[in-house]
Design a protein. Structure first.
Lengths: 331, 296
């Protein structure tokens, strides 16, 4: 049975292996480029040079890494569409189910071997690609530090393995239900893409209860690239604050004075010192402002990776159980 | 004695359509069974149930004493070639033999290779580029080299020209002897099966019209020809199957276990047609009219 699975899957394996080899060559090249950039310009840099080098690193490698990220995000989708969806539909369409299910192998075993072999191949492809990209972009990630960003999180470390297995099983099960290859491919893609949009925007942040801290506005906060926004009701919001390595769950947050009342337009007037940012910041810091900051802390990164991986493994398991149920009911 | 196929009130329903209706059969082992009936009679459904490709809606079926496709052992006992002889079009002939060898513990590689050679198939050719006849031969070889006890063939000659049909059947008889398997094969043409089968099942509208060993069936069916107005001499237990009138002569086919004086023998084709005609004629109009004429 393993031989038959391999024989039917040979062309796809070769295509995947070839693509992976090309990606490996490129990612190793890219990784060493970024490393030498890091070693020469960032490793022992002084303040202003550091700032410029970081901008330069981003400008130089952002496109290349983004393309790789998009590819890696797409790989599970491709696996679901081209490996999962046709797995059963092709047998049904060419009526070869009647050939293969009449050999001395029960169809339960047939499905088990197919899902195991191709499922492992799917995880291996996504896992290797992710390993390469994670290594290649590690210095970049270390400097830019947006590992909770939707695209970064989903394209590094272990979660792509879960996506790939899930997409493959999803494609297979959709194929069982729809019974025709092309519609099964389309439906698989739509479901998987929908889930990949839904999870980073609405689900991931709730996987663990977030933490809310009160942050005092000092010069460090003011220097971290935040903005103060005066709203129509004459109160201020602070925008774009992210504590080091954490995942901010809000973009803007109302500013409060030490007595807990909103920071209003007239309160800010004394600190409007034209052409002297340092004096202006020092004045604002002296006002003892604070705001609430709700976030997922950076040390939870790996917990999130494992939760999401387990979640996708769990979904794959449920779908697999449905697949066997379908096969049994069909017989 | 184990029965090759034993069904009891077997039915299969697809949504609203009743494909097989209350079918009870007991087919002894060691027969070549011909399953005949018009298109849509339920032949493929019955053979699908025998092979275990589909499950019954109600009733029971046992093949060689076990539920179909219930275990690898049972799957190994039954070789099945579905309608249109499906094969993997992208795999070569040699790949198909390897598939058979890998997936069947009792696989007979020598037999398979010999048959492929004798049929003039190229081992390196892709199955997708084979002709209909060659594909049928490949599928049959894979099913037969499993060395099961029962070979089930759904419309094996439908795609073949008349000459190839005859060759296929002769060849089938040869290797049935060699492999000592029972065979069940279907066709919508009795002519295809007549020369090979020793047991006949006639199916129409999902119902079994008649089932039995050919010699037994021929022994109890008779044709009586009489002029209109002649006194009729039907024995008391005779069942009228079909009657037709032409030019003042009436010809009746009856089933009777006791001898019918003045009756002629009936051949398999006429007998089958008589049953099919009775089943497809709407209502009892035909037979009833014949009866009144016969009574007169």
């Amino acid at each position: 049975m393993i031989w038959l699975t391999w024989r039917q899957f040979r062309a796809q394996t070769l295509v995947a292996a070839g693509a992976l080899a090309l990606l490996a060559i490129y990612l190793i090249y890219l990784g060493s480029e970024i490393r030498s950039f890091y070693d020469t310009r960032i490793a022992n840099c002084a303040e202003q040079a550091c700032y410029l080098a970081r901008l330069d690193l981003r400008a130089t490698y952002d496109d290349a890494i983004s393309i790789m990220v998009v590819l890696l995000i797409a790989v599970p989708g491709l696996i679901g569409v081209f490996w999962g969806a046709p797995l059963v539909t092709q047998e049904l369409e060419q009526r070869t189910d009647r050939l293969v299910w009449n050999q001395s192998v029960t169809r339960t075993k047939w499905l088990a071997v197919k899902l195991t072999v191709i499922g492992l191949a799917s995880m291996a492809v996504a896992g290797l690609f992710s390993l390469l990209l994670t290594w290649s972009a590690s210095r970049y990630d270390q400097v830019i530090g947006e590992r909770f960003a939707a695209l970064s999180f989903g394209s590094r470390n272990i979660v792509p393995i879960g996506y790939a297995l899930f997409a493959f099983v999803l494609g297979t099960v959709v194929g069982m239900i729809v019974k025709r290859t092309l519609p099964a491919m389309a439906i698989t893609l739509i479901i998987f893409a929908g889930l990949q949009l839904l999870i980073p925007t609405a689900i991931r942040q709730n996987l663990m209860p977030p933490i809310t801290d009160t942050v005092a506005v000092d010069t460090n906060v003011l220097n971290s690239g935040v903005g103060m926004n005066l709203k129509e009701d004459n109160t201020f919001d602070i925008q774009g604050y992210t504590a080091n390595g954490s995942w901010a769950l809000q973009f803007s947050s109302p500013l409060y004075k030490a007595d807990g009342t909103p920071y209003r337009g007239e309160d800010a007037k004394p600190c409007l010192i034209p052409d002297d940012r340092e004096a202006s910041d020092a004045c604002t810091a002296a006002q003892n402002l604070h705001f609430d900051y709700t976030y997922q802390p950076g040390y939870r990164y790996w917990t999130f990776q494992w939760i999401e991986l387990s979640m996708f493994f769990g979904l794959s398991l449920l779908l697999t159980a449905f697949g066997f149920f379908w096969l049994r009911r069909r017989s | 004695m184990t029965l090759a196929i034993h069904t009891d009130s077997l039915s299969k329903r697809y949504r609203r359509h009743l494909a097989l209706d209350d079918c009870t059969l007991a087919i002894p082992d060691g027969r070549i069974v011909g399953l005949v009936g018009p298109n849509g009679a339920g032949k493929s459904t019955l053979l699908g149930l025998v092979s275990g490709m589909i499950a019954p809606t109600s009733g029971s079926i046992e093949v060689l004493g076990h539920r179909p496709a219930v275990s690898p052992e049972q799957l190994a006992r039954v070789g099945f070639v579905a309608q249109d002889a499906p094969v993997y079009s992208r795999l070569t002939v040699a790949d198909h033999l390897k598939l058979g060898a890998r997936l069947n513990p009792k696989w007979d590689q020598a037999f398979a290779e010999r048959r492929i050679r004798e049929r003039g198939l190229d081992l390196k050719q892709k199955a997708g580029s084979l002709s209909g006849g060659q594909r049928a031969q490949l599928a049959l070889t894979v099913a037969a080299a499993k060395r099961g006890q029962l070979l089930v063939l759904d419309e094996p000659v439908a795609a073949l020209d008349p000459l190839a049909r005859r060759g296929f059947m002769r060849d089938l008889l040869d290797f049935v002897d060699e492999l000592e398997v029972s065979v069940t094969l279907s066709s919508h043409l009795l002519g295809d099966l007549e020369q090979v089968c020793d047991h006949l099942i006639v199916l129409a509208n999902g119902r079994v019209l008649i089932s039995g060993d050919v010699s037994d069936l021929l022994a109890v069916h008779h044709r009586i020809t009489s002029r209109a107005g002649d006194p009729n001499r039907l024995p008391a237990d005779a069942e009228l199957i079909h009657a037709e009138n032409s030019r003042g002569e009436s010809s009746v086919i009856v089933r009777s276990t006791s001898p019918v004086p003045g009756a002629e023998a009936v051949d398999l084709e006429d007998m089958t047609l008589a049953y099919l005609t009775r089943a497809t004629t709407t209502g009892p109009v035909g037979p009833t009219r014949a009866m009144t004429e016969a009574d007169r």
